[in-house]
Every structure is written in structure tokens, then in C-alpha cells.
Write a protein that binds this ligand. Structure first.
Ligand code: FAD
Length: 304
């Protein structure tokens, strides 16, 4: 049983959303934002579709978060399939709307994962160059980048990955958010490697609550995240039992984050899939409570 970590109040969380495609999805996203907002995340990030395919929708989502919530948005940005001039225009547009935090990524080609990456001839050549470009436009911009505890699937080895991570940090990024993972030992070993390479920024674990085990297993294969056998065993036979699936998912994820907290990690980035249910429960278990005043329950009020 994990120990209750001291100073739980010092834990920090951030939430990742994706830009909705339909009005119904938009309603779902906003229901999730309204539920999660009182937990006072450090920031919420909004993804950018492959090859910039959601450029407008990402922008609209980020703008709505700025206009209609107290949350601090971070806009994801990729350098694939776009010229430097196009990307700089997007950055400048964001700056005029008040966005100060970006998640700078290389991205994947729209041809799909697995097709070899080729930088745009007139574009940023790598995520490290994009970080430098963001800082050149405005040195006060906050930049987060990605990191891969099991290494990026295209990377020949950890050393290549960590060299690039170092370049991204040297160019001005101040936080790395990881790909999701399920084995905390793997994450801890990765952080040790990163520290040995002289990288001292926070390496924030990316946490994926499991809304659909079959789906996340398929997705994990594409992005090089291992699904351990013990995890598969936990979800065995639950394909048609959503209620038990959801309880098991909450238990598994709580176990993971409490263990990370026991190991001294204080920041957690949740891949929400635009859903609040599991994330809210897990944050509650982590000790986070809504900052806004909770309405007095009528029965209690009457008893006073
Ligand atoms: P980088 O960190 O730039 O590179 C990944 C690896 O590829 C490197 O470690 C290196 O081994 C290798 N590599 C890269 N360039 C070279 C080179 N020139 N020579 C040799 N090796 C090289 N995708 C989206 O489309 N939109 C998003 O919003 C999005 N958000 C993400 C958020 C997070 C936190 C993470 C972890 C991933 C996200 N992704 C997103 C996925 C990401 O775009 C893909 O994983 C992509 O394949 C790599 O982009 P990157 O910036 O992570 O890669």
C-alpha cells in the first residue's frame, strides 16, 4: 500500500484537451472544463492535429478558454508540413490573443504515424528549432516540450532522444511532458538518465486514465508505450462491463499517481480525452480539492 505522501498540497496538475470536431463534442469538452476548473490546474493544454490539421479549432478552443474561464491555456504547436513563416504567423496570432505558453513539437506527417518524417523545406527543421523560434519571437513565452520514457519509436536509442531533449531545453524550454506510460520504474529510470545528461527542468509524467482499455492498447502500440501484462490482466473480460471497467481504471490510475507521489514526483499532466470523470476522481485521491466555495447543502443549512 503506498504511503500517504507528505505535503500533498504541493502537488501540481495540468490537463490536456483536444479541439472538438462537432457541437456535441464541444459541449462535452466544456462540461469537462467546468468540472475540472475548480481544481486549479497549473495550466491546460490544447493539442494541434497532425500536420496542423486542427489549426483553427485549436485556436478557437484556446481562445474560448482564455475568454470564458480562469484557466491558463498552453497551445500545442507542431513544425511538420508548414513553413516557418506560417508557424510564426500562428505564434503571433496567439500572442495577440494573450497566449503565453506553448507546447512545441515536431509532430507527425498527416500521412499517418509510421511514415518517415521529413522537415518542410522552408520550415523549422526540428522541435528544438521551433523552441528557438518561439523564444526569438518573444523571450517571455513559456515553452514546454515532449519527452519519451520508453524512447520515441523512431529514435535509434535513448542517447539520441536525450540529446534532442537537451537541445530543446538549451533553446529555452522549461518543462518536458512525457508520453504516457504505465510502469513507474521505467519513468524513474528515464528521469535518472535525463538528470545524468545535465537536464534539470521538471520532467512531468503524462498520465493516461484508461477510458477504454482496448483502444488505449492499440494507440500505445503506435506511440511506443508498453502495456504490461499485469495491466491487461486487470481489464480482462471487462470489454462489455463499462461500470467495472471505470472502477478498475480509477483504481489503476490512482495506484500509479500515488506511487509516483511517493517517489517524490509533484507534477502530473493528465491526458483527459476531454472527459472529467476519471481525472476528477484521481485528483481527489491525490488530495486536490476544489478551490471555489462549495454551495451549502440545503438540509445542512436548514439544520443550522
Ligand atoms: P521530438 O522530440 O522532436 O523528436 C522525437 C524523436 O525523433 C527524437 O527524440 C529523435 O530520436 C527523433 N528525431 C527527431 N528529429 C530527428 C532528426 N532530425 N534526426 C534524428 N532523429 C530525430 N502530436 C501532434 O500532432 N499534436 C499534438 O498536439 C501533440 N501533442 C503531444 C504532446 C505530448 C506531451 C507528447 C509526448 C506528444 C505529442 N504529440 C502531438 C505527438 C508527437 O507529435 C509525436 O510523438 C511526434 O512523432 C514527435 O514529435 P516530438 O516533438 O515529440 O518529437
Amino acid at each position: 500500500m503506498p504511503q500517504v505522501p507528505p505535503a500533498r498540497e504541493k502537488l501540481r496538475v495540468s490537463f490536456e484537451f483536444f479541439p472538438p470536431k462537432t457541437e456535441r463534442m464541444e459541449e462535452g469538452l466544456w462540461a469537462a472544463i467546468e468540472r475540472l476548473q475548480p481544481l486549479s490546474p497549473d495550466f491546460v493544454s490544447v493539442t494541434y492535429g497532425a500536420g496542423g490539421s486542427t489549426r483553427e479549432r485549436t485556436h478557437q478552443t484556446v481562445k474560448r478558454i482564455l475568454d470564458e474561464s480562469d484557466l491558463v491555456p498552453a497551445a500545442h504547436l507542431t513544425c511538420v508540413d508548414a513553413s516557418r513563416a506560417d508557424i510564426d504567423a500562428v505564434i503571433r496570432q496567439y500572442r495577440t490573443t494573450g497566449v503565453k505558453h506553448f507546447v512545441a513539437l515536431r509532430g507527425d506527417s498527416q500521412n499517418g504515424a509510421g511514415s518517415p518524417y521529413a522537415a518542410h523545406a522552408e520550415g523549422y527543421q526540428s522541435s528544438a528549432d521551433l523552441v528557438a523560434g518561439l523564444k526569438a519571437i518573444d523571450p517571455t513565452i513559456e515553452v514546454s516540450v515532449s519527452a519519451y520514457p520508453e524512447k520515441h519509436p523512431e529514435s535509434p536509442d535513448f542517447a539520441t532522444d536525450i540529446d534532442l531533449l537537451k537541445r530543446k531545453i538549451d533553446n529555452g524550454a522549461t518543462r518536458a511532458i512525457t508520453q504516457f506510460f504505465f510502469d513507474n520504474d521505467v519513468f524513474e529510470r528515464f528521469v535518472e538518465r535525463v538528470r545524468r545528461a545535465g537536464i534539470y527542468v521538471p520532467i512531468v509524467p503524462g498520465i493516461a486514465p484508461i477510458h477504454d482499455f482496448a483502444k488505449i492498447s492499440r494507440f500505445a502500440q503506435g506511440c511506443g508505450a508498453t502495456v504490461p501484462n499485469w495491466l491487461a490482466a486487470r481489464f480482462e473480460g471487462l470489454g462489455n462491463d463499462p461500470q467495472t471497467h471505470s472502477h478498475v481504471a480509477a483504481a489503476v490510475c490512482a495506484e500509479q499517481v500515488l506511487d509516483l507521489a511517493d517517489r517524490g514526483f509533484r507534477d502530473f499532466h493528465f491526458y483527459t480525452m476531454n472527459r472529467a470523470d476519471l481525472v476528477y476522481s484521481i485528483c481527489h485521491i491525490l488530495g486536490l480539492r476544489p478551490k471555489t466555495a462549495v454551495a451549502v447543502v440545503p438540509a445542512l443549512a436548514a439544520a443550522e
